[in-house]
Design a protein around this ligand. Structure first.
Ligand code: ATP
Length: 348
């Protein structure tokens, strides 16, 4: 007999593009895993971005802000950000509003998937609120535009502390702070000084510094040399997409936006308009984000059940999406994960 259910209230932002497809798949899998492990979810769904604006006249409706504030946990699909104009990024706005200062992105191979770098297991810890993402741009005179890169001692120290704490807690051995302090001597220089200062309290974690352009080359030559990449906001964004390619692409890599009060879990990828509405998107990245969320809300058994089902599907390799060499659609993949979780040997 399953024990009485514990209910978690979770704000759900399906997003747009492939968002509704991948979040639909993830909700289905979580419902099945929860039913088997005595955990129930009360989903509170909200639109954001262009969809929300059409319905409510606001890009981020007040009700969505209130919901995250109350539930303190959100699962978020991608929301399209207009390029070169239009409204401000919903992702960035939410991160700032809830002070989600740490962006945590584990890059790890799934079993059965052939990649160039088998057994890779590294983590990107990206500062999530400062840098060029402060969105401070203005036209100085016609034809000259300035964008301000904001780096603070508080923000840099906070993200460095997060990375070192994580390393200590999880037995990670090495942190590389990524920078361009040879050119941006003041801003990236400050970031490095904060990382060095924090690192002094963690003698068991080896601390290194690599320049960002060299890091790109080093990553492609030998990503195994890295354990945790500690980055400012923009470098972290770019390196995340690069690193996702090592383990099979953007369809796979999850992310968590963490603050002291709230957390929003979302994949590294964007809304992928090129494959939206075609039942082609890989929901693995959002599903693995949901696994991070399940650990965050202290439901490890449910998290492990989902992860075991997911890994079983990859191990079998029969029901994979096109981006990782399969021929199945989003829905069939989700059904396969549910079936794998329910198979008696799934967790073996
Ligand atoms: P953003 O800047 O908003 O993060 P992006 O410019 O990185 O977005 P994406 O929308 O992530 O772009 O898409 C980049 C490429 O990766 C596209 O070809 C897209 O189809 C593919 N892609 C992204 N996510 C997935 C997914 N979940 N499944 C399959 N392919 C994906």
């Amino acid at each position: 007999m399953t024990a009485a259910k514990k209910t978690h209230r979770i704000t759900l932002i399906p997003g747009d593009g492939i968002g509704p497809e991948v979040s639909g798949a993830v909700v289905k899998i979580l419902e099945a895993a929860g039913a088997a492990t005595g955990v129930a979810f009360e989903w509170h769904p909200y639109d954001a971005g262009a969809n929300a604006f059409e319905k409510t006249g606001e890009y981020i409706p007040k009700a969505l802000y209130d919901s995250i504030e109350k539930n303190r946990v959100a699962l978020k699909g991608p929301v399209t950000t207009p390029v070169g104009g239009g409204f401000a990024s919903i992702n960035v706005t939410l991160r700032k509003k809830f002070e989600l200062f740490a962006n945590f992105r584990p890059v790890k191979n799934l079993p059965g998937l052939k990649t160039k770098y088998p057994g890779l297991d590294l983590v990107i810890v990206r500062e999530n609120m400062e840098d060029l993402y402060a969105g401070l741009e203005h036209e100085v005179v016609p034809g000259v535009v300035q964008a301000l890169k904001i780096i603070t001692e508080k923000g840099s120290t906070r993200i460095a502390k997060f990375a070192f704490d994580y390393a200590r807690k999880h037995g990670r051995k090495k942190i590389h702070a990524i920078h361009k302090a040879n050119i941006m001597k003041l801003s990236d220089g400050l970031f490095l000084r904060c990382c060095q200062t924090v690192g002094k309290d963690f003698p068991e974690v080896a601390y290194h510094e690599h320049i960002v352009d060299n890091t790109c080359m080093q990553l492609v030559m030998n990503p195994y040399q890295y354990d945790i990449l500690l980055t400012e906001n923009l470098y972290g964004d770019i390196l995340s997409d690069l690193c996702s390619a090592f383990v099979g692409g953007l369809g796979l890599v999850p992310g968590a936006n963490l603050g002291t009060e709230c957390a929003i879990f979302e994949a590294v990828h964007g809304s992928a308009p090129d494959i939206a509405g075609k039942d082609m998107a890989n929901p693995t990245a959002l599903l693995q984000s949901a696994v991070l969320m399940l650990h965050h809300i202290d439901e490890p058994a449910t998290a492990e059940r989902v992860q075991a089902g997911l890994e079983q599907v990859y191990r079998e390799g029969k029901t994979l999406t096109k981006d990782v060499g399969g021929t199945s659609g989003t829905k069939a993949f989700a059904d396969a994960v549910v079936a794998a979780m329910e198979a008696p040997l799934a967790a073996a």
